[in-house]
Write a protein that binds this ligand. Sequence first.
Ligand code: 4H6
Length: 237
Amino acid sequence: MRRLLPSEKQKEKQKLRVLIDILSLFPRYFIGPFNESIIKRAQEKGLVTIRLINIRDFADNRHHRVDDRPYGGGPGMVMMPQPVKAALRDVKGSQSHVIYLTPQGRTLTAEKSRQLSRETHLVLLCGHYEGIDQRILDREVDEEISIGDYVLTNGCLAAIVLVDSVIRFVPGVLGHPLAAEEDSFEKGLLDCPHYTHPEVFEGERVPPILLSGNHQEIAKWRQERALKKTKDIRPDL
Ligand code: 4H6
């Protein structure tokens, strides 16, 4: 095969595909969010492939049960290891990175999302009921991630949030190549306010500096406003 021209190499690099498998009990949860806007276009462009897998399909018992009562007693049910293991075995390959979405995980950050965008195969495991039997987690999961310090009824919404934030870092997904880097958090600051037409809305003017055409002054104003917002709302940043 002939060598690629530099411009073609660039294109090859751009076609860095990410395969995302999502294992849950509610695959239909994802249909809405993944079939709109940027995530939809990313799939159409072939930059990401998302597959939805129903863990229940892998239950080997007659009633396709996936949950059972917890050893030691207590409220709620626990996801049985067998169906989860079988579903994982079906999708896992040598390049797979398995993530369990759980309130007990390390909190998701922009930096983590960027790192995950460089993986070739992400497997997202969504917990239901009180969670999954610990023996599966110990053996099969590479990383536990939480999207924040609050509890959700199941892990599906957390998986949607993770997919969205990871996909933004996949080259070619956002229109402008540096858009993801220029966004809030990359500079450790919250975003500045934004304004569009009309110049006066219900008596309130757009800050005049934004109409001045002085790009240096505008950049300075935005920086100041971002800094003030960050100090007020998120001094921890
Ligand atoms: C694993 C273990 C993720 C998954 C327990 C998932 C919040 C996040 C879940 C549970 C999640 C997050 C089941 C415990 C419902 C509470 C699913 N909640 N839960 N912050 N829930 O990323 O009861």
